[in-house]
Design a protein. Structure first.
Length: 171
């Protein structure tokens, strides 16, 4: 019995430093300094009349220096927006951009500051954009829509452009 307890203690004393040493050698994933995005999903929420009222468009992102996101005081170009969205509809089998009612209020958006604390600035995550389909119904001549999206970091590095699949909405 005593030998078994002694063996367990000795094993823990030897295995714990070995495990800690091995895990300390694992290098963190390195992402490119330019942001990279991928399409990650699209869902809608219907209103009481059964029409699609809200859409949630999800993208995933990675960035090697973690400088995605704007400070609250970044309010003028080129830092006014960092999430760029082209809203497309299909009319006569052609892709046509949906223009906002007021050009001063584009479909673009602002990603808040995402820079992590610490030395490792690599970031990876998801962003969900909520799109008010209720208000867009008057702009739409079609029930088939899609989106083109890209983001910029604070150094104005542009990500790749993601084109979503076509979605049929109930309007």
């Amino acid at each position: 019995m005593f030998a078994m307890k002694l063996f367990t203690k000795i094993s823990l004393i030897l295995i714990f430093p070995l495990f800690a040493g091995l895990t300390g050698c694992i290098k963190p994933v390195q992402y490119p300094l330019e942001p990279h995005i991928e399409y990650a999903g699209f869902t809608t929420i219907r209103d009481i009349s059964g029409k699609d009222s809200l859409a949630m468009l999800k993208i995933s992102y990675t960035d090697g220096d973690g400088n995605i996101g704007l400070y609250t005081w970044d309010t003028v170009e080129p830092l006014k927006y960092n999430y760029y969205l082209k809203f497309m509809q299909y009319i006569n089998k052609e892709q046509v951009e949906v223009e906002p009612v007021d050009p001063a209020i584009p479909f673009n958006g602002r990603i808040p500051l995402l820079t992590p604390a610490g030395r490792n600035k690599n970031i990876k995550g998801e962003i969900t954009d909520t799109i008010q389909l209720y208000f867009a119904r008057t702009l739409l001549q079609s029930d088939t829509i899609s989106f083109e999206i890209y983001i910029k970091d604070r150094d104005q590095n542009k990500s790749n452009v993601v084109e979503t699949p076509m979605f049929v909405i109930k309007k």
